[in-house]
Write a protein that binds this ligand. Sequence first.
Ligand code: DGL
Length: 266
Amino acid sequence: MTKQAIGVFDSGLGGLTILSALRRRLPKEDLIYFGDTANVPYGSKSKDAVTRFSLAIARFLQEQGVKLIVVACNTASALALAELRKQISVPVMGVIEPGAEKAVRTTRNGKIAVLGTEATVKSRAYPKAVLKRNKQAEVFQQACPLFVPLVEENWAQTPAARLTAETYLASVSKSGADTVILGCTHYPVLKPVISRILGKKVTLVDSADTLAEAVQTFLTGNGQAAQTGKGKLTVFASDDPHRFKRLAGCLLADKIGAVRLKKLNV
Ligand code: DGL
């Protein structure tokens, strides 16, 4: 069991931010990453569709013999986690709970803002997870649908990104939140522009490190952590693996090697 891989999936590229955190913290673990580039974006789709895609990917990962599945996509975690846990026999971990946990531990004034896709915001998964931990917390949400295409176009450092962020974040500043959850896989790439606008007093929380820590605790607790060797990474995309590899290189310093095509039957 210890040498089995961890399966990680996202609607596309964004989950690579989570993959990096997992590789840093768990360098001995084999990882299989699946980017659903044929169906991205999930953030503007229905619960039904996102659940269907997520189940197809999780079944594929299960066939690869993974010991754990990490849903490295906020939208899929918000919409499909319960169904995945019902239908998939290996343990499944999402990004919402670790992100909420970290935000509750971070806030000093009890005011937390969540930035996410339209679907994640609509699901209220983050407010529910925060309020479960702290009933007194005030949670404010802002959907930022243009952030994902800006990152995918490698425009995170452009005036277009700054203007878009200023528009979305005006209401966040007004909310008085001292802690902001980056509730979408792509948003950590926009951290510099977001923190410049919100200022130093606001802490940005992304779930990548907290999730990696939770995965480590889980595997160690179950005696399933890899003990030796250097973990290897296998990457699949459901459409255009060449584009995936090129954009991954722009987004992340990590080397991801070859990207294989795996079409989904959905
Ligand atoms: N991975 C998605 C998320 O974290 C963002 C991209 C999409 O909309 O599919 O919510």
